[in-house]
Design a protein around this ligand. Sequence first.
Ligand code: KIV
Length: 292
Amino acid sequence: MSTQSTLSKKSAVGDPAQVSESMPKRKKMTVPAFTARKGGDPLVCLTAYTAHVARIVDEQADMILVGDSLGMVIHGMPNTLGVTMEHMIMHGQAVMRGAEKALVVVDMPFGSFEESPEVAFRNAARIVKETGCTAVKLEGGMEMADTIRHLTARGIPVMAHVGLMPQQTNTAGGFKAVRDTDLFDAVIADAKAVEAAGAFSVVVEGVAVKLANKVTKAVDIPTIGIGASAECDGQILVFEDMIGLFPRVPTFVKRYGNMEDMMRDAVERYAGEVRRREFPNEKYTYKAKTDE
Ligand code: KIV
């Protein structure tokens, strides 16, 4: 059992007497501790974009990603290309207010790192300074190796992202999973290149099970899968997809809740009670002091 996953913040805060010796205290996850989990207990990762969600996710997750999927699931964009540095920094700051133990990684948005290693460093340093996160994530394999080397050599840990890369949607013609065996070697080469450049972990998105297995065996850093099977060293999902708060979800997403229905039901009941003048009743109103 991992020391990172046994004690929820809620139980520790709510009832200190419950913190027995048999429940090891969770330590703050660091980059070296994360990398050391290669081949060990599966790494639990989720996205979060607000302080309150980060607080909830932090109770279980080894890593919280402030991903650029926030453009789609929070801001209603058709893809991630319109996401800006300002979006990432604002949501990164919110998440840092809620996260305590998990490693917080913030995505570099499209256009903020591709131009040169120097531009990437300037933007990555801004993200780290202004949010207080520990690491950044960027999409790309071999073509981003020099940039990853430049950032890691200068104190910015990098999580890489290979396989299906949502920021490449226009060149790929959509979000296309990598299933064609002719493409396997290129993805494996990408994973090896980002590892050699110093990435501490790599997200592997939308690849066939066989390829996920090969990539995981090919590198000594943890592979974090999304639509990439249990062959990876850890898993990540987008929080809104996982709780059922986003209507369009890929087939690999398992819904662990149906928040959209719960929210619709709450809004419907509220609207009905307001229209019938049932809410707010006496219980939810202030009385003047002289009435008491
Ligand atoms: O932005 C995001 O949510 C991501 C995950 C898909 C890994 O990059």
